[in-house]
Design a protein around this ligand. Structure first.
Ligand SMILES: *Cc1c(COP(=O)(O)O)cnc(C)c1O
Length: 384
């Protein structure tokens, strides 16, 4: 069977009392008839994944999503968590001990950066930030005690790309674990494990769940890594997903391909509409044919999402405020990947810019693209 067929049915082969959609296993524990069964002494080790004792470690609703995610990412297994950050922090903590060093791309998701820069030093782990566009710069930051390279491609806000095959080839030779945040592309547009990445991370809150009604996260990796994280960081930090949230995620994932393909269509239109406007000084979009890394993007990705960032020509806070408040169809809010279009102001700079700037990141949802364009038009016009 092919990917789209598996996406609908994998992990849901048993129909409980004939129900076409799976029940929600709203239970904290699982009882067993025998001593050996409770203690996990299974005749067949392949049944390990569906041997349930306690929902902090495993639950059938989580397993259904995990099987589909592993299939989509082309990894042996997957684990879902209570948020993207729960998956990210569990994966990072799994890979480091006191005295270790991490190399991370500077344009990674904000809380990931601050976890590395503000939390990890407290447990004796140092991080070096890199721009990440040139592999040689990444290799130059690697030290003898580097245990982990953290990637995010395309990265948040500016959609910078890392050369995954080159970076993972280098890391593998030195026994360095590689992690990537693949939320932007979703597994439909990019599969980093095929390019050698050890742990693929997702904020499932975004495209995977897709309806702005659940916060969830996931990691996809080998069976060995997943099993180890399940029993260590999953168990001890205890941030696994709740059964109902896993059920919502499963429902959202049924339409994942349709939604990201639509996002690709409207994202391109939004980019073309904004490009060259008087109000726009700079524009960032992973599908920009003039993206400085367009060749690499074409090799690594099968598509582009509907996130477009502009640097407005006016750098007055008042202009940014008035523009965002004038928007009507685009709502003002963080996050993305749901049904609704969003715009969010961001003030800051990557490590290689001299000064901070105001940026506006647009996310085009499932509304009519003509309404989205008209909305931006009227907000620009009102400020002229
Ligand atoms: C939102 C986001 C996260 C964090 O995920 P949560 O589910 O909000 O914890 C991580 N990475 C990226 C790129 C994101 O956009």
């Amino acid at each position: 069977m092919r990917r789209d067929t598996k996406l609908q049915h994998l992990g849901e082969e048993v129909h409980h009392l004939g129900a076409v959609t799976p029940p929600i296993f709203q239970t904290s524990l699982f009882v067993h008839d025998t001593f050996d069964s409770l203690r996990g002494k299974l005749a067949d080790s392949s049944a390990e994944k569906e041997h349930y004792v306690y929902s902090r470690v495993g639950n059938p609703n989580l397993t259904m999503v995990e099987k589909k995610l592993a299939m989509l990412e082309g990894t042996e297994d997957a684990l879902v968590f209570g948020s993207g950050m729960a998956a990210i922090s569990a994966a990072i903590l799994h890979g480091v001990r006191a005295g270790d060093h991490v190399v991370c791309v500077d344009t990674a998701y904000g809380p990931t950066r601050s976890f590395l820069l503000e939390y990890l030093p407290g447990i004796g782990v140092e991080t070096t930030m890199v721009v990440g566009v040139d592999p040689e710069e990444i290799f130059g930051a690697v030290r003898e005690n580097t245990k982990l390279i953290y990637l995010e491609s395309p990265s948040s806000v500016l959609f910078r790309i890392q050369d995954l095959a080159v970076v993972t080839g280098y890391a593998r030779e030195r026994g360095i674990l590689t992690l990537i945040d693949n939320s932007n592309c979703s597994p439909i547009f990019q599969n980093p494990a095929a390019m050698g990445v050890d742990i693929v991370l997702h904020s499932a809150t975004k495209y995977l769940a897709g309806h702005s009604d659940v916060v969830a996260g996931a990691l996809c990796a080998s069976r060995e890594i997943c099993r180890a994280i399940e029993l260590r960081e999953g168990q001890w930090l205890g941030a696994r997903l709740a059964p109902f949230d896993a059920w919502l995620l499963l429902r959202g994932m049924r339409t994942l391909r349709l939604r990201v393909e639509e996002a690709q269509r409207v994202g391109k239109e939004l980019f073309e509409f904004l490009r060259g406007r008087d109000e726009v000084a700079e524009i960032y979009y992973s599908g920009d044919p003039e993206h400085p890394q367009a060749g690499l993007i074409a090799r690594q990705q099968r598509g582009h999402t509907s996130l477009v960032t502009i640097i407005p020509r006016s750098q007055e806070e008042e202009w940014v405020r008035a523009f965002l408040e004038k928007l009507d169809v685009f709502q003002m809010g963080v996050s993305w990947g749901g049904y609704e279009s969003l715009a969010v102001p961001i003030f800051g700079k990557p490590m290689d810019w001299p000064d901070e700037k105001w940026a506006i990141r647009f996310y085009a949802g499932l509304e009519d693209i003509e309404d989205l364009k008209e909305d931006i038009d009227q907000a620009f016009a009102a400020l002229r």
